[in-house]
Design a binder for this molecule. Structure first.
Ligand code: 6LW
Length: 503
């Protein structure tokens, strides 16, 4: 791209679309890394790399071994892994995170390469609460700051805490949920950045500063420094942020936001996504620019990553990092090694209504998109699903000779449609399209499930209102994941296509 072309270009925001909440960002030289929460999914904590702050490529998942990530079968949807912080100190990457599963709590991991491998967990059994942050003083003291907002000195090598956490700051009087603290030394001050107001429409970011990492902290007179509460901005719930410097020394926030659509009250279906926003410093306080869906291209060179292939042929011995499963992924139930070039899933009893369903999916990352998969159901029953949680999913399921579209919304399970098909492999598809505005009750999008014929025609068996697979209906902290599952027996998947569509 020429300088002139770049100056005229605008770049899409969210920079990491789809269910990628609670971003923590870390710069090391010319490289940037982001990690996000992953809740009940395994592997956990997606790790992204960028050289320009705008183009991000997933390079791994930090927690990809059962010893690092314990998610028992009774882990509820939106349980598990919350809000990591990623930092680089003393030649190593440090990742601190909460697994809200009983007996887990706050855990610390280290790596020399953020793509992995990451260490086994160091347990912080004396540090309660969620949203842990790590910061090191000039003398090497390590401070762990948690939601509330409280702080305790720790030994990051052993997990030992020196005394009980001490309350630091509660944010704006009356604002609920002071959380997501991040502590930084910038210039002459230590800055304590927090989120407050809850992760819904009232979410916001506030900041305080002090002369030492332990305070006392003086709140910014212009708090919250970022919120979209009470506005008609298309990006809502903005909060849970982390500060970083761009390649030219400019300042930026990585933050979460959502894109509600449809009538009132608005439904967001992709979960909380990772956005960036520019920051300027005025009188020693950050002033956050607008969080918009397009940002002007920066002055520094853009470094786009490799374009994601539409098709995954399951031709590698391991699944690519974008693929996530529910709670665990035993090799004997999920493998690309059994039938060359196919993904084999073996059911262990549960359907998508059950927490132990054998599922492999990827985040829905575009408001308009299409996914297809070719399934061989000769030895079992399985299909293609759009999932929010056990009680909110739509799927198209194949057994030998028949395809059915099923919907689960709250306590209701419905067979939406069915079709007799010839025996043998069949291509299942889902098309997701934003709904044109009609009236105050218009849903966010329509999810159409059907069969793709060899001649390219698509036979729709059900067109369903997407609001029932939204966070406003289902609740929780995640977003839609589209993927393959086994309901009974063994099913094989030849390939999986996912692409953004135009509508
Ligand atoms: C996270 C909290 C939050 O721990 O949501 O948006 C919680 N902020 O900081 C789960 O993602």
């Amino acid at each position: 791209m020429s300088d002139k072309q770049q100056a005229d270009a605008s770049l899409p925001n969210p920079v990491i679309p789809g269910f990628h909440p609670d971003p923590s960002i870390c710069r090391v030289g010319d490289d940037y890394y982001v990690v996000c929460s992953s809740f009940e999914y395994f592997p956990g904590i997606p790790v992204f790399h960028s050289r320009d702050l705008f183009h991000w490529t997933q390079i791994g998942n930090a927690l990809d071994r059962p010893e690092q990530l314990r998610l028992p079968a009774d882990t509820p949807a939106s349980g598990g892994i919350y809000a990591p912080t990623l930092r680089h100190h003393d030649g190593r990457f440090w990742l601190i995170v909460t697994n809200v599963t009983e007996g887990e709590g706050n855990l610390l991991f280290t790596a020399t390469d953020p793509a992995g491998p990451w260490s086994d967990p160091i347990r912080l059994s004396e540090v309660p609460g969620i949203d842990p942050d790590l910061a090191w003083d000039e003398d090497g003291t390590c401070w762990c700051t948690i939601a509330g907002v409280s702080q305790v000195r720790i030994d990051p090598h052993t997990g030992e805490a020196f005394g009980p956490p001490r309350k630091l700051w509660s944010g704006a009087p009356g604002a609920k949920a002071p959380e997501a603290p991040h502590l930084y030394r910038i210039g002459d001050y230590w800055y304590l950045l927090i989120a407050e107001g809850g992760t819904e429409r009232c979410h916001g970011v506030s900041i305080a500063r002090g002369r030492t990492p332990a305070g006392p902290f003086e709140p910014c007179p212009d708090n919250p420094v970022l919120t979209h509460r009470g506005t008609d901005e298309p990006i809502q719930n903005t909060g849970h942020a982390d500060l970083v410097q761009g390649p030219d020394g400019s300042w930026w926030l990585a933050l979460l936001g959502v894109r509600p659509r449809g009538g009132t009250p608005g439904w967001h279906v992709l979960g909380r996504e990772t956005f960036v926003a520019p920051v300027e410093w005025v009188d020693g306080w950050p002033v956050v620019g607008k969080v918009t869906s397009e940002l002007p291209a920066p002055a520094w060179p853009l470094v786009p990553g490799p374009a994601e292939a539409v098709r995954d042929d399951f031709d590698l011995s391991e699944l690519r990092p974008k693929w996530i499963s529910l709670r665990d992924r035993p090799a004997e139930l999920c493998t690309t090694k059994e039938r060359a070039g196919w993904l084999t899933l073996r059911a262990r009893g549960g359907s998508l209504d059950e927490p132990d369903v054998v599922f492999v999916g990827r985040r829905q990352q575009h408001l308009a998109c299409e996914a297809r998969t070719r399934i061989d159901p000769a030895e079992g029953r399985g299909g293609l699903a759009v999932r929010l949680d056990e009680e909110h999913h739509y799927e198209i399921e194949a057994s030998e000779g028949e395809v059915r579209v099923l919907s689960r919304v709250g306590p209701l399970r419905t067979v939406v449609g069915s079709l007799a098909v010839p025996a043998g492999p069949v291509v299942l598809g889902v098309r997701i399209a934003p709904t044109p505005p009609r009236d105050a009750r218009t849903g966010p999008d329509t999810v159409t499930l059907g069969v793709a014929e060899p001649d390219g025609t698509f036979t729709a068996l059900g067109a369903l209102d997407g609001r029932y697979l939204s966070t406003e209906v289902a609740g929780g902290f995640t977003g839609r994941v589209i993927g393959m599952y086994a309901a009974t027996g063994t099913v094989h998947f030849d390939w999986f296509d996912y692409a953004q569509s135009n509508s």
